[in-house]
Design a protein around this ligand. Structure first.
Ligand SMILES: Cc1ncc(COP(=O)(O)O)c(C=O)c1O
Length: 411
């Protein structure tokens, strides 16, 4: 099922706004919504009632993921001033845990944004002359789109969606033109491909020792081992709502000294996402602008939980869930990603039986569960099961049982 398609992200946004999409989250994202009825001057006329609490849905989508009650509760702590000792102490406590997740001695910047914000930051702070983007799915397209939107010269190295990038292919592209920056997606959530990151980085470094290597680890960091220092990566970024199993709204980027030196030499790198400014503030355990304090409280609770589980055990749990889902999918349908490069956090399943994914999700919703449709051009041709964050093998077994019943017409 080869796909190598350019598509417009606004198509997805429009579909979601018009309520035609159960994806990316699925039915739990709420009932079909009409566009906000704007009154004169665009003001909303009457406040919307707060919806009643609903039983928790198990999210088998590639993020947001389920958040534990303890982590959710941490957000209800009273507010304090962001320049208070409480918050500077909190920032100081967060660094060592974040550094463990990225396996780095470098700084880990914390941003009040989603991961895309730090993708934009990485591009603006690091691309001096020309960027090469490895593209094999929707989120790699995002790297490219961000570079174009910022007026930065970028080239694409495309592979069919579902295929990984290989070191040989990358080396050829890097030797074909001079690049100072390379962008890769570690785990492509739209296709379920895990790129061979350490091999790609090693080959790229051999071609150009000064290359700044940017890694989107949005759907892998915290669920899959990442060796920022050993693999000599420069910016490794992720979002809070994936393997970290936090609510959305925070993003983290481990940034190397090489990337910081590059940033210092770039004159117009913006303000909110200026690595130099963020790094200076972090050295004083603070941020230039007001941080998302409630989410930082949640982060501390969740990091403690992740380290108590043990990162190796956490990675093994993700691996075991992926193996189970992928064995099942191969027996019953088929897999999009090439063997040997399959994601440990999200599986893209070929819809070889032409299932109605909306109907499948309606059936799963009766059991409080949701999966994701295929992304963009892969919608309905594939569907995706996310197995990341705090999801356990038992949860996966229950999900597969319900999908089996649906497939066998017993649901
Ligand atoms: C691999 C990947 N990169 C980037 C993003 C964008 O992250 P965010 O939605 O946090 O901006 C996502 C979101 O699903 C993703 O899966």
């Amino acid at each position: 099922m080869g796909v190598n398609a350019r598509f417009n992200i606004l198509d997805l946004v429009d579909e979601a706004l018009l309520g035609r999409l159960p994806a990316p989250g699925g039915p739990q994202d709420g009932p079909a919504r009409s566009r906000t009825p704007a009154g004169r001057g665009g003001l909303i006329q009457s406040p919307q009632p707060i919806p009643p609490a609903v039983p928790m849905t198990r999210l088998f989508i590639p993020g947001p993921t389920d958040v534990s009650p303890e982590t959710l509760a941490a957000q209800t702590r009273p507010m304090v001033g962001h320049r208070s000792q409480t918050i500077t102490d909190l920032f100081a406590r967060l660094q060592p845990g974040l550094q463990q997740v990225f396996n780095t001695h470098q700084r880990v910047l914390i941003s009040a944004s989603s991961g895309s914000g730090l993708q934009e930051a990485a591009v603006r702070n690091c691309v001096a002359e020309r960027l090469l983007v490895c593209i094999g799915g929707a989120f790699a397209e995002r790297w490219f789109d961000i570079a174009c939107a910022n007026g930065l010269p970028a080239d694409r190295l495309d592979v069919d969606w579902g295929q990984p990038h290989t070191p040989d292919l990358l080396e050829k592209a890097l030797r074909g033109r001079t690049y100072d920056t390379l962008a890769i997606v570690h785990n492509e959530s739209s296709t379920g491909v895990e790129n061979p990151l350490s091999e790609l980085a090693a080959r790229a470094r051999r071609v150009n020792p000064d290359l700044v290597i940017l890694v989107d680890a949005v759907s892998s960091a915290g669920g899959v081992r990442l060796e920022m220092d050993e693999w000599d990566l420069d910016v490794v970024l992720t979002s809070s709502q994936k393997c970290f199993a936090l609510p959305p709204g925070l993003a983290f980027a481990a940034v190397s000294d090489r990337a910081m030196a590059r940033a210092r030499a770039i004159p117009h790198r913006g303000w909110y996402f200026d690595f130099v400014l963020l790094d200076h503030a972090l050295s004083q355990n603070t941020t230039p602008a007001t941080p998302a304090i409630s989410l930082l409280y949640a982060l501390e609770v969740q990091l403690t939980h992740m380290l108590a589980e043990g990162l190796d055990r956490r990675y093994a749990r993700h691996q075991a869930m992926a193996a189970r889902v992928q064995d099942w999918a191969q027996a019953r349908l088929g897999l999009l990603a090439r063997e040997g490069y399959r994601s440990k956090t999200v599986t893209a399943i070929n819809n070889t039986r032409n299932l109605d994914v909306n109907e499948l999700n309606a059936c799963l919703a009766r059991h409080g569960m949701v999966i994701a449709n295929g992304y963009g051009p892969l919608k309905n041709r594939t569907f995706r099961i996310g197995h990341l964050g705090e999801t356990r093998l038992d949860d996966v077994e229950r999900l597969l049982g319900h999908i089996d019943a649906f497939l066998d017409g017993q649901a």
